[in-house]
Design a protein around this ligand. Sequence first.
Ligand code: PLP
Ligand code: ZN
Length: 402
Amino acid sequence: MLVSELRCLRCGHEEAPSSRAYLCPRCEDRNPRDPGILDVRYDYDKVAEEVARGGGWLQSRHDIFRFLPLLPVEAPGPVLPSGGTPLFAAPRLARRLGLRALYLKDETRNPTRCLKDRATAVGLTRALQQERKTVYCASAGNAAISLAGFSAHAGLECHAYVPRAASPERLQWLERYGARTHISSGNYDQAFAESEEAGREGGWYSRNCAYNPFLVEGKKTAALEVAEGLGWRAPDLLVAPVGDGCTLAAQGKAFRELALLGLVESRPRLVGVQSAGVQPMVRMLQEWEGSDPSGVLSGDPPEAGTGGDATGAAGTAAASMDVKTPRNARRLLAELRDVNGQVLAVEDDRMEEARSVLAREAGVVAELTSAAALAGLEDFLHADGGGRDRTAVVLVTGGRES
Ligand SMILES: *Cc1c(COP(=O)(O)O)cnc(C)c1O
Ligand SMILES: [Zn+2]
């Protein structure tokens, strides 16, 4: 394993790669909205050596473990195969948006139909390696369903903490996979707090992506595949929906690492999309934008916005981004700042429309949250000089119906 250290995104404190700490011990109790999430760092000289040797990317693998040198595991785990999803051009959508090319990365083709499986594969590999028997997470649905499916395959006990607004369809998926489901009386934020408490008490393995630092590493593999699929070139724009911020931040990190390794020459501008009803990242980006970068990154993030409240009412029909307190805000804002990225918000009815366009003009059935990315891209181009000569990749993050 080529991990060199775990570095706190908030204060810079470093933990050894072998540390079992989930959060920075110095920051953990300071601010629950910004608890000192650790970032996995690698010995990039060694990674470069591995990759240069030709066998660096595992040519025999077609799942996420193809990119083993940039993952925090010793060896591929005996888990459901995730990743290796298709990246394909959608010429009708490109024409509609005036882009030179638009590619879809179809994450609905993962084992539980969602990009979350990439993170789960890394988490479960580590949990199995540590001989853990019980795993848990808080989730509006997809992360829990992913964990439940992977746990079923691996024979682990899975506890899922879901908000009150979780749809009956999602609960049924959990039931099918045999997970133990705990329905919160409140929203995702409350379910998150409940899960962490139970997890600490039970000594269970956490699959909360904005908490367990290793999970984001799995999400990176989507961008690594995008780069490989484009012949080791970056698109001009990479678009994804934003909940906690882990997914989009991970794509930024992947391209940053590829640039560091000399494997791509440029990096994409990241475009994040939220819902008009719950758009804390839009607001946080605006507030942080005007301030001194060093001061910003050493201070506390601003208050989060509106949205789903403590009574459990949903802030948007796009369940996977109904996140009032984005837990990986600091990570995402740093990645955005690095590439002149953007976050914007779209109304729910625009997402519905985009969902229909994706199906009718690209043959992909996406969940509402994922369709939001297409609507957001349209708005971004409108405000930013149009498609011009640009190439964009939209991460179609998930494909559950409701
Ligand atoms: C979780 C999820 C997202 C958002 O990812 P974050 O890491 O929370 O920002 C987007 N789309 C789908 C389908 C998801 O399940
Ligand atoms: Zn810290």
